[in-house]
Design a protein around this ligand. Structure first.
Ligand SMILES: NCc1[nH]cc(CCC(=O)O)c1CC(=O)O
Length: 308
């Protein structure tokens, strides 16, 4: 009898869409019947805190801890994660077995009235819960007022319609996976807003000793995405991946090379440091890590004072 493969994921519409994509790819790779792959929605700490900026609660893995527990307990075989939400160091006994082909890496600018960030009137209100986007907006447009903005796509669009803010941002990847690319007023180029590390990538985490599942997910791995994400996560790892440091990073391939760009900012946008580097794609993780170390030393100890 065919073993049932259980996919664990958050219960949000985006998380479910990502799990469905994983299920479809698994079924196609092994010619499996529908009942062979089951999706198990799991509530996480991050899902239960809706009224505060996530950064205020602190701690890494807000969206992953309960799902990893289910993996350890054997309630699921594969944890499907937005790589963006996955801490750089995985718990002992778990491993990243595959990274799916990346969606659009860019951030979407969303506004009922303006065409772009530069186009917003002086002093306009912009809503986002992301520390990175808050810092990048303040850096580029110090005149704007930034407020914390959370909730799903529908909630945010309603808040925009009500005039609570003139604009917001969401990952293009999420909008595309939800079948709502129309929500984006414009996709922002990386030069305008450098995306979060691993944005648009889905990772499959399994038990390190589960060889059956490792073999099952192997054909789903996209080496191009995996090498880029490894570079970006190396960068994040060197910077300690603190939830309170706005960090952005994007790697692309150019032949056999990985081309990386990274940025760290003060939350108020008063200071930013960026770095660009390239090297053999096989060395991506080390390259990213070294870029992070260099940026850390360039920024100096004072830069991280706000962490206190
Ligand atoms: N932090 C929440 C989160 N985690 C992943 C995505 C979008 C999908 C992705 O980047 O892969 C989002 C929402 C957003 O940033 O708009």
């Amino acid at each position: 009898m065919q073993r049932i493969i259980r996919l664990g994921t958050r219960a949000s519409p985006l998380a479910l869409a990502q799990a469905e994509e994983t299920r479809d790819r698994l079924r196609a790779a092994h010619d499996l019947p529908p009942e062979a792959v089951e999706i198990v929605p799991i509530k996480t700490t991050g899902d239960q805190v809706l009224d505060r900026a996530l950064s205020e609660i602190g701690g890494k893995g807000l969206f992953t801890k309960e799902i990893e527990e289910a993996l350890f307990d054997g309630r699921i075989d594969i944890a499907v994660h937005s790589m963006k939400d996955l801490p750089t160091r995985l718990p002992e006994g778990l491993t990243l077995a595959a990274v799916l082909p990346r969606e659009d890496v860019r951030d979407a600018f969303i506004s009922p009235t303006a065409r772009s960030l530069a186009d917003l009137p002086q002093g306009a209100i912009v809503g986002t819960a992301s520390l990175r986007r808050q810092a990048q907006v303040r850096r580029r447009r110090p005149d704007l007022q930034v407020i914390t903005f959370r909730g799903n796509v529908q909630t945010r669009l309603r808040k925009l319609e009500e005039g609570q803010a003139a604009a917001t941002f969401l990952a293009m990847a999420g909008l595309n996976r939800l079948g709502r690319p129309d929500v984006a007023t414009r996709a922002m180029a990386a030069e305008e807003m450098l995306p979060a590390v691993a944005q648009g990538a889905i990772g499959l985490e399994i038990r390190a000793d589960d060889d059956t599942t490792r073999l099952a997910v192997a054909p789903l791995d996209d080496p191009d995405t995996a090498d880029c994400v490894a570079t970006e996560r190396g960068f994040l790892d060197a910077l300690d991946g603190s939830c309170r440091t706005p960090i952005a990073g994007l790697a692309r391939l150019d032949g056999g090379d990985v081309v990386f760009q990274g940025e760290i900012l003060r939350p108020d946008g008063s200071e930013a440091h960026s770095i660009a580097t390239r090297g053999p794609r096989a060395d991506g993780a080390r390259l990213g890590y070294e870029a992070g170390q260099l940026l850390r030393s360039r920024a100096g100890p004072g830069f991280f004072d706000h962490l206190g």
